[in-house]
Write a protein that binds this ligand. Sequence first.
Ligand code: NAD
Length: 503
Amino acid sequence: MASSSLPKYHSLINNEFVSRESEESTTPHDDLYIPVINPCTEQVIALVTQASPDQISQALDSTVQAFSVWSQTPIEERAACMNRLADKIQENMNELAELESKNNGKTFFESIGDVDECCNTLRYYASLAGYVQEKLDGRVNPHHDSEKWGLSNRLCYEPIGPCVGILPFNYPLLLLMWKLAPAMITGNSILLKPSEYTSMTALVLADYIKDIFPKGVVNIVAGYGYKMGHLLTSDPRVKKISFTGSLATGLKVGAACLPTLTRCSLELGGKSPIIVFEDCDMSVAIESIVGGIFANKGEICSATSRLLVQKSIYQPLMDKLVEKTKTIVTGDSLFDKTVTHGAQVCKIQYDKVMNYIEIGKKEGAVALVGGGRPEVIKAQDPTKGFFVAPTIFTNVTPDMTIWKEEIFGPVLSVMTFETEEEAIRLANDTKYGLAASVISGSDERLERVGRQLCVGSLWLNASQPCLCQVPWPTRKQSGVGGAELSTFGADLFMELKTVWKKL
Ligand code: NAD
């Protein structure tokens, strides 16, 4: 499709879409637009306009101004807007899910699940209106002796202020919602910045948002993080940065927040273990291992990418695991309904995963299955699409790169252990501490081992469930101040205040 005939998506600022079409004759195309590339076909399907520095500044002004209005808007009205947005998303679920798959490469089935969870997230946070109102009203401090001092004392919460939410590419709509919904119910305005690879659906959502929320309460700006990130993270009027992304960028965002002491929460990466004991139910183990690493083509922060299996069941488990992995169908789910595994989000991510696979082989690991482009894709079109075959590496040692570093793709590394102590030591031997999974038939063992794993989220005989109603804590280098997506996380968009009053 010629570039001029492609659909264009623009940033939403103060409830208006702002284009840069007037600059087309004076500014290089690459400075104005980001091509939206379908990862399954490699076709450019749309253009996203990069917000200019001036536009970002307008978006920040708008977010700051809207805060005073939104924070004073009755909480029932705030909740009503959120429920209306949920209704609108639900009405357009199929369209949104199709666009999400076209932009991100995940299967349509996975996209539908994400969009559905967006609605749940909005409705869940809207349902917390009473809980949040109680927090806003505050409670009498039970430790203060009012009569003695002639002063009452109350502790209450307030919304933080204008916020910025910076998003990764792996769950474009859902992660946006995990920031938007708690910020909205607690009375904050928010400026959202989707990933440069996956801005399209956020800007479709923007079209619904502008008809539902007052001006400036939600602004969405598109662009490359390396170009515009500092503008978003260095404005002293922004009271909180909520960042989800890689450890490397998280460190930059954290550093940018330091000079202004801006509150920031960082939801970062992982290299999460899954420990399988010999007393496990084999089918539970296989389901958890496969879902834990190959769902969403391995682009999950908490993907259980390190498998620790007890030596005594190594062979039967691996036989079943390989057999199951071979049933995964890679391809474009929008054209083939049997597809269960999509494409990596972009060329850079594809190359990165392929590079890790090569490093794994060079360092002596052995790919039992996968290990490159899927055979089925090579047979159809050997060059097109960012497809990586679900890959399982054995012969792995703890010093190998593929055991230590987050790959963020469908690559599982396997090691064996003999004792519980050894399994715990190997599992904890990582710079990350996001999540872990333990599979065993013994409840005592599940508890005992689980307690000793240094992670924020722990799954016992499962892997990956993650819901907005449940806190999402992080440890070690997986982040700080996380848990946006929880009842308690809503507090992260609130500030505590103590109020003294003369009796
Ligand atoms: P990334 O760090 O490359 O980018 C994330 C966002 O930061 C993007 O919007 C990007 O444009 C922006 N950005 C880049 N440079 C910036 C800067 N200097 N200042 C401000 N913003 C900047 O991450 P990604 O590759 O998009 O996502 C994958 C990573 O996200 C993985 O490491 C994954 O584990 C992590 N992740 C974590 C969670 C969690 O909850 N812990 C959830 C999803 C993804």
